[in-house]
Design a protein around this ligand. Structure first.
Ligand code: PLP
Length: 395
C-alpha cells in the first residue's frame, strides 16, 4: 500500500491531502483497501454512492450499455439520454435538461443560462448574480466565482465579475444586494462543504418571493443535498418552493461522472443552438446509469428508507452531543448530517479510519455524515460505537 502512496505522490498533482489508504473494492456499506482491511463508509465518495457499493442491478445496466454504445456526441440522438432526462424531469418538476460530466459543469451551465436569460430579455450584458457566503459550487473559474469561501477564490482572481455574496439564511442581506441587473440568485438548500447548514423555510420562501417579484432566476444547487439525501428526491420539495434552474450531480450517477442542470421552460428557452455544449455530456453510458438510478430509487423505495433511517441517525448523533462537552451541536437534514466541534476535527478522522470507519469533514470544525442511502440501523450503531470509542480516548 505504501508503494502506491509513494508513487501517487510522485505522479499526481498536489491538490489534495489524501488519507493514507488505497481503496480496492466495495460491497454495500463497506469499502476494502488493498491490504484487505474493511471500513464502514459514512462518506459515500462525498455523497455519491447513494446505492452503496457493487449494487448488482446498477452494475448489470452498465454492463449491458458497455456492449452497446459508450458515447455518441451531441451531434446525434441516443435513447438513454432521453430516458434519463424524462426521469429527471419527472422527479424535479423542471421542463428541460442539459447533462454534464460533473457538478461544477452543471453550475457553469446554470450561470450561462441565467446570463443568457437576462441578455435575451434586456439586450444588455453585465448582469449580476447573488450567491451565499460559505457556499460551495465547484472549482472551475465560473463555479469558483460563485463559491462563497474567500480562501478558495483568492489566488485565482480575477474571476468572472458581477458576483456578490449575501448571508445565508438572512433575507434582508439578499434584499439589500438586489439591483436592476440581478439575473439570478444561487444557493444550496442545505449547505454541504460550508458546514451542513439547512436553509430556513422563511429564508428560502422569502428568496423565492423576491425572485418572483423581480423576475430573477432562482438556482438551487442540489449537487450534494439532492437525489434523496434529505428524504425527498430534492430538498426544495420540503420547503414548498421550486427553483427556475436546478443543478444536480454526485448521486445522480451513483459513481459515474455525470451532472445536469435542468430548468423550467421559461428559463430554458433562453438557450439557442450554439449557446452551450460539451463532447461527453449526456453520453449513453452515463445516462444509462442515471436512468437506472431513478428506477432503483423507485423499486427499492429509497426515499421511504431515508425517511426511516435519518431520525435514528439524528437521535444517535444527539446522544454524542449530550455526552461530549467538546461537541457543540448536530445539524443537517435527512442523511446529510454534521457534528460541530469546539476544536478542529482533522486529527480525529485518521483515528476513526484506523478503527475501520470512514468519515469526512466539512470545514475545520465539522464532521460530516453522508452515508449511502441504503444505511440500516445496525450500521448507525456500528458507526456510533466506533466514533464514541475514538472520542472517549480524546477526552
Ligand atoms: N456544488 C456542491 C453543493 C457540491 O457539494 C460540489 C462538490 O462537492 C459541487 C458543486 C462540485 O461538484 P463536482 O465536484 O462534481 O464538480
Amino acid at each position: 500500500m505504501n508503494q502506491y502512496i509513494d508513487e501517487a505522490e510522485k505522479v499526481l498533482m498536489h491538490t489534495y491531502s489524501r488519507y493514507q489508504m488505497v481503496l480496492d473494492h466495495g460491497e454495500g456499506m463497506y469499502l476494502f483497501d488493498t491490504t484487505g482491511k474493511k471500513y464502514l463508509d459514512f462518506a459515500a465518495g462525498i455523497a455519491v454512492f447513494a446505492l452503496g457499493y457493487n449494487y448488482q442491478g446498477y452494475n448489470d445496466a452498465l454492463k449491458t450499455q458497455i456492449d452497446k454504445l459508450l458515447h455518441s456526441s451531441n451531434l446525434f440522438y441516443n435513447a438513454p439520454v432521453v430516458e434519463a432526462a424524462k426521469k429527471l424531469i419527472k422527479a424535479s418538476g423542471m421542463d428541460r435538461v442539459f447533462f454534464t460530466s460533473s457538478g461544477t459543469e452543471a453550475n457553469e451551465g446554470a450561470i450561462k443560462l441565467a446570463r443568457k436569460y437576462y441578455f435575451k430579455k434586456h439586450g444588455i450584458t453585465n448582469s449580476q448574480i447573488i450567491s451565499m457566503n460559505h457556499s460551495f459550487h465547484g472549482r472551475s473559474m465560473g463555479a469558483l466565482s460563485i463559491t462563497g469561501t474567500k480562501k478558495y477564490r483568492e489566488a485565482f482572481e480575477p474571476l468572472i465579475g458581477g458576483v456578490v455574496f449575501a448571508e445565508f439564511n438572512n433575507l434582508d442581506s439578499v434584499r439589500e444586494l438586489i439591483q436592476e441587473n440581478t439575473c439570478a440568485i444561487i444557493m444550496e438548500p442545505v449547505q454541504g462543504e460550508g458546514g451542513l447548514y439547512p436553509a430556513t423555510a422563511q429564508f428560502i420562501q422569502g428568496v423565492r418571493k423576491l425572485c418572483d417579484e423581480k423576475d430573477i432566476l432562482l438556482i438551487f444547487d442540489e449537487i450534494q443535498c439532492g437525489m434523496g439525501r434529505t428524504g425527498s428526491m430534492f430538498a426544495y420539495e420540503q420547503y414548498g418552493v421550486k427553483p427556475d434552474i436546478l443543478t444536480s450531480a454526485k448521486a445522480l450517477g451513483c459513481g459515474l461522472p455525470v451532472g445536469a442542470f435542468a430548468a423550467t421552460e421559461k428559463a430554458a428557452s433562453a438557450f439557442e443552438p450554439g449557446d452551450h455544449g460539451t463532447t461527453y455530456g449526456g453520453n449513453p453510458f452515463v445516462t444509462a446509469a442515471v436512468s437506472k438510478v431513478f428506477d432503483l430509487f423507485e423499486s427499492e423505495k429509497i426515499l421511504d428508507h431515508v425517511k426511516g433511517a435519518a431520525p435514528y441517525l439524528e437521535e444517535k448523533l444527539e446522544e454524542l452531543v449530550k455526552k461530549y462537552d467538546f461537541i457543540t451541536e448536530r445539524r443537517g437534514m435527512g442523511l446529510m448530517q454534521g457534528l460541530e466541534f469546539k476544536m478542529v476535527v482533522k486529527d480525529i478522522i485518521p483515528k476513526v479510519m484506523s478503527s475501520g470507519l470512514i468519515l469526512i469533514t466539512a470545514g475545520p470544525n465539522v464532521i460530516r455524515f453522508v452515508p449511502p442511502l441504503i444505511v440500516e440501523k445496525q450500521h448507525v450503531d456500528e458507526m456510533i460505537a466506533t466514533l464514541d470509542q475514538c472520542l472517549s480516548e480524546l477526552q
